[in-house]
Design a protein around this ligand. Sequence first.
Ligand code: GAP
Length: 445
Amino acid sequence: MKKNILSDLSVLVSLCKQRGYIYQSSEIYGGLNSCWDYGPLGVNLKRNIKEAWWKAMTYREDVVGLDASILMHPKVWKASGHIDGFSDPLVDCKDCKNRFRLDHAILKENKNVCPKCESFSITESRQFNLMFKTNLGPVEDEGSQVYLRPETAQGIFVNFDNVQKSTRKKLPFGIAQIGKSFRNEITPGNFIFRTREFEQMEMQYFVTPKDDKKHFEFWKEQRINFCENLGIKKENLRFSQHGPKELAHYAKEAFDIEYKFPFGWQEIEGIHNRSDFDLKQHQKFSGKKLEYFDDTTQKKFLPFVIETAIGCDRLLLAILCDAYTEEIKILENGKEDKRVYLNLHHSLAPYKVAILPLSKKEELTTIAKKLQTDLSKKYHVEYDHSGSIGKRYRRQDEIGTPLCITVDFDSIDDSAITIRHLKTMEQKRIKLDQVMSYISDFLAK
Ligand code: GAP
């Protein structure tokens, strides 16, 4: 038995479409570049990922949640540095009209040339701001211009004082948020890895400045453990520290958690020590005091912030890549038999159980439908009665359903069914009245 891992993203893209994980946005109109829609399975997987993150981050005494609006006062982005600094240098090729990022130019005879047609005739670079603009209200003038947020973090900073006062939290404490962000990326790509509309899961942990290092180390550890607990293989995860040149303008120290995608090691999460940069900026631009009063020392100060920021879609892609498995068995006739399955952690699997009656006969359907009704009270359950049982198993394997239940003719006499496990293909005969406890014990592990 040989096991293959994913070597090419296109295999996953087509599985995602075929099985209902992810479709191209507006596909019947030819699609919209870099925009994707989550299908019936994708939306369940995404919700399960968000739930796992929400539990890990907010089921603790020292972290509370927030859901800030996407549109914010335009001054927020002046204060945060996004209006002046959130841009990429762009150049145009005068010959083939290709527009590209300066750092994507090719070097030829020590000069920058167009990466498409290799022409030397390219324009000077201009800064292109990555924020999407829109207008608030019916008048489209400068005064009504607002931005779609490029990160969720700023909604947390501007609410720091509200949250602290209303919850009476003492330092250290964190605010967590899940929500959409938008960046007009110049080079989106690699499926859902880099898109223009994506979801972030961010947490800002407010600390006394002298304790920043301790909390930074704590969250670094927590965050990589989170990825491992979701079932991502240890060997496909690593930390990468930002050197002085890579550090963002707000960061004092930063590490990325990287995943080994089929297209190379890439960031999935950033952990930053943002110091008091953001609170200081918002205090300055809003004119409102954002200091914290420490009642033991009787001193006021601006807390430092340790930020953990992960893209939900990007994490979902890492999870899918990691789960994709091809098992190849050599048959007696020498031919290869390939089984493709998604080895998803059962807490993430879109369907926990598939019920597969071996025949459409009423005696079996009655048992199967009763099981479906009972199990659906607790879990997402799939019911499939069409096609050969082999094909139905293969379908559930590709979906990543951890347990398949077959109802057969013996079930009528022995009041039992067979449960098949995704990973091992092991089969167990279980009495009908023990199915619920068997499944809940298995899924609790
Ligand atoms: N508040 C800090 C911040 O936003 P970031 O490194 O720019 O930091 C955090 O973004 C995470 O958001 C990234 O690690 C990545 O997972 C995700 N992300 C950023 N840009 C993205 C894009 N264009 N498409 C998908 N995910 C993106």
